[in-house]
Every structure is written in C-alpha cells, then in structure tokens.
Design a protein around this ligand. Sequence first.
Ligand SMILES: Nc1ncnc2c1ncn2[C@@H]1O[C@H](COP(=O)(O)OP(=O)(O)O)[C@@H](O)[C@H]1O
Ligand SMILES: [Mg+2]
Length: 269
Amino acid sequence: MLEFQRVCFGYESESATLKDLSFTINEGEFVALLGENGAGKSTLCRLANGLLKPSSGRVLAFGNDTGQVKTSLLARDIGFLFQNPDRQICQSSVRDEILFGLEIALDDAAARQARCDEMLQLFSLSGERDPFGMSRGERQQIALASVLARAPKLLILDEPTTGLDYRECMTIMGIIAQLHARGTTILMISHDMEIVADFAGRALVISEGRLIGDGPVRQIMRDEGLLGRASLLPAQIPALGARLGGPYAEAFSVEEMLSLILEQKGAAR
Ligand SMILES: Nc1ncnc2c1ncn2[C@@H]1O[C@H](COP(=O)(O)OP(=O)(O)O)[C@@H](O)[C@H]1O
Ligand SMILES: [Mg+2]
C-alpha cells in the first residue's frame, strides 16, 4: 500500500536529505521508523503522505504516484499525526476540531456528528472544551481523534508519545493498537524502544538519510551494531538478554525472560 522506489529528496538542491530509499509497506503491518535526530524520519513521512514530492525516484501510495495525484486525494486514505499537535489544531472547541477534519471526508452533516461523538467517546474527551486550555497529552489525543475520525487506511504517526506522561502514552498506544488490530496499517516514528518492542512488528532504520536496516523488530532489536549506527539502544529486556547470553539472548519481553528464568531454575533443581 506504500512503496518507495529509489527515492531521493533534498530541501535544497545541492544537499540530499534522503538518499536512494526503497521499501514497501504492506496492508496490516505495524512499522516503526527509527533513526537519530535529523536522520530524515519526518521528511520520509511527509513524502509518504504527499506533502513533499521526491527529487528522484517514486513514492506510490495505494498505487498512486504521489507526484501525479493531488495531496487532498491521498489525504482520504492516509492519516497523518504531526509531531507537534499544535500544528494541527485550529478550532476553539474539541468538537469543532474533530468536525473540521471530517468536512472533507463525509458529506452528510448528521454522519459527521455521529462520527465525532464516536471519537469523543473513544478518547473520553469533552466536546465543549477549548483545546488550548488542555495539556499537551490531551491536545495530542484531540489531534489523533480528528485524524482517526476520517478512518484512514494508513496511519502515519510522527513521535506520537513524545512529551506525554506514562498514562497518556498508554492511552494513545492502546487506541493505536486497537486500530491496528482492526486492520489499519501503521507507520510510526518513535525514539522509545520499549514502545517499539511492545507494539511494532517491523522496523525501518535510517541514518543520515539512508535506509540501513529493515526487518522484524525482534531481529533489529538484537542488532546492537545496527542500532548503534543510528544512535539507538535496544529495549531493556533484549539488552539484558544479550548481556546474559545463552538461552536468555532469545528473550524479548518481560514474560519471555521470566519463563526462561523459571525454566533454568527448574532445570537446576
Ligand atoms: N523545512 C526544512 N527545510 C530545510 N531543511 C530541513 C527542513 N526540515 C528538515 N530539514 C533538514 O533535513 C534533515 C532531516 O530532518 P528531519 O526529517 O526532520 O529528521 P528527523 O525527523 O529524523 O529528526 C535535517 O538535517 C533537517 O535539518
Ligand atoms: Mg522528526
């Protein structure tokens, strides 16, 4: 559903920000996009939703070449959550904000109201509040609610949990996981390797504008050399497993580590 074919991009003609990127994301995947600050992750996302066009190569979204079709057409199927929710929010009540996003998606006013109510309920938000009086975490939820109201097939999230506390983070990730379980394809930038380990199935690693890794999260998380090249550390359990070595090197989650420890204890008895 999303394909990058030898994509290069530069903000200024003389310097390339993204260099020769090729990958395909299939329907139903949950892909994490990893890389150091300035690696080009946000730029890649803006190419994926057609806000930016490649300098060379092609980006295909749902079979459409993003260089050939209108960005508004792509916006019907692709939801994009900006890194900063305040770049997205422009209305003075939560309800108006969600309805505003629905105007391009649904012609029928009653259907827009119904979808809006569904979102307010899903996020436990009060429609009458003014987004700018709310916390960063709440504003992130409003921005996500207005993206999700349009029921995108592909959801692109630029650091959706940065700046949120643990509870806000889990609320957002719970909703994203639920959507993914119902079939929405996810491309998520995150620096939080614990979240990546818990939620994503596949990871793309970029460094200095080049794709240096692409594979199952379990495999990428064990490749400390690769992660190091992108200034990343593995999640704690895989890191601990790698240090302990032996059977523990296979552990990926707390549950897996625990069952390996119990197994070893049982064998020692
Ligand atoms: N609007 C812009 N104009 C010029 N350069 C930009 C712009 N946005 C980002 N860049 C540059 O492109 C590179 C990649 O940025 P970005 O995609 O934001 O990285 P990341 O999201 O991985 O931190 C950086 O060197 C950044 O300074
Ligand atoms: Mg970024």
